[in-house]
Design a protein around this ligand. Structure first.
Ligand code: SIN
Length: 311
């Protein structure tokens, strides 16, 4: 049996496959479903200072090969997630990943400070949501990113990761990599959904989600190649100085294998979890182990980052 365990941000993960912040991880009941599944960690919904209803419904729509959403960060407010870390830790042995997406710079500082007293193992800063009405995607404002990370790093006493929006231009990758190098970020999770896509239903002659006139974040198989490109480019620029987590379009063990080949240490499942439910974790872990066995690999470190280019 191939070993697909991983160490992420200094924390041991039984396997390298776990849930992404976002799908079905808002309430304690939902988090307990993840805790009882084969997900190797319990990632919680990105939280804000105050509880949020999120955007008007319909705000999520399944597509043949993925999804579009504009949830708008519906969450119970950070205090509830701090409480959940204590409850979850007392019942389950898995690492807990908190995700923080404060709407303002000062909110993030308050929330990060408060999470020092939580039972979370890792904190993922999420400046990559494209869905907050009236706000830009903060991960595209490099000055904000740099300033936020500087101040967050000062207060955060937990291992820190960051979930980034997708980038498409090599210059932007280089600028972001320079920012990441300046701060105490242990991993980059790439990518959040591809923002502001538009799905049209020709029968109804209508968009499929309500917020923002139908524009929303694209997920699933449509975005796998952009996710892979983001993981690979950051791996080229940062090497093993910062770990990488692949997120976006992983539906099979072979997909997970591709992300590890590109440099990822771990894989998060988003849309596939939304669509298939908790069985996706075990299935994808088993498929990854079988694929590695066929290739003769014993652990993910045997091939991580070893993607070949063509001379
Ligand atoms: C949302 O709640 O709108 C999705 C969160 C995210 O994309 O980070």
């Amino acid at each position: 049996m191939a070993d697909i365990s991983a160490e992420l941000a200094g924390i041991k993960f039984e396997t390298c496959v776990f849930n992404a912040a976002g799908p079905k991880d808002v309430t304690l009941d939902e988090l307990e479903v993840i805790a009882k599944s084969s997900s190797s960690a319990i990632t919680m919904k990105s939280c804000t200072l105050e509880p949020r209803q999120g955007n008007p419904e319909p705000r999520y729509y399944d597509l043949p090969e993925g999804s579009i959403n504009s949830m708008g960060l519906p969450n119970l407010g950070y205090k509830e997630y701090i409480r959940f870390t204590h409850l979850l830790k007392s019942k389950y042995k898995k690492p807990i990943v908190a995700s923080i997406s404060g709407l303002k710079f000062e909110d993030n500082i308050t929330i990060f400070n408060a999470f020092n007293e939580s039972n979370t193992d890792i904190i993922e800063f999420n400046p990559g949501s494209p869905n907050t009405i009236g706000k830009p995607t903060m991960g595209y404002d490099f000055e904000y990113l740099d300033n936020s990370l500087r101040e967050i790093a000062k207060v955060c006493k937990k291992p820190l990761g960051i979930k980034l929006p997708p980038y498409f231009d090599f210059v932007h990758f280089e600028q972001v990599a320079e920012i990441i190098k300046r701060h105490k970020v242990l991993y980059i999770c790439s990518i959040n959904s591809i923002g502001n896509a538009l799905v049209v239903d020709p029968e109804r002659e209508s968009v499929v989600i309500k917020p923002k006139g139908g524009f929303g974040g694209l997920g699933g198989k449509y975005i796998k190649y952009t996710s892979l490109a983001n993981v690979r480019k950051f791996y080229e620029l940062l090497g093993d100085r910062v770990q990488l987590v692949g997120c976006g379009g992983v539906y099979s063990g072979t997909d997970a294998f591709e992300f590890i080949l590109a440099g990822a240490t771990a894989i998060q499942l988003g849309t596939v979890y939304m669509q298939e439910g908790p069985s996706c974790f075990k299935r994808i872990q088993n498929e990854l182990m079988a694929y590695m066995k066929n290739k003769g690999y014993e652990s993910i470190e045997d091939f991580r980052g070893q993607l070949k280019t063509i001379d």
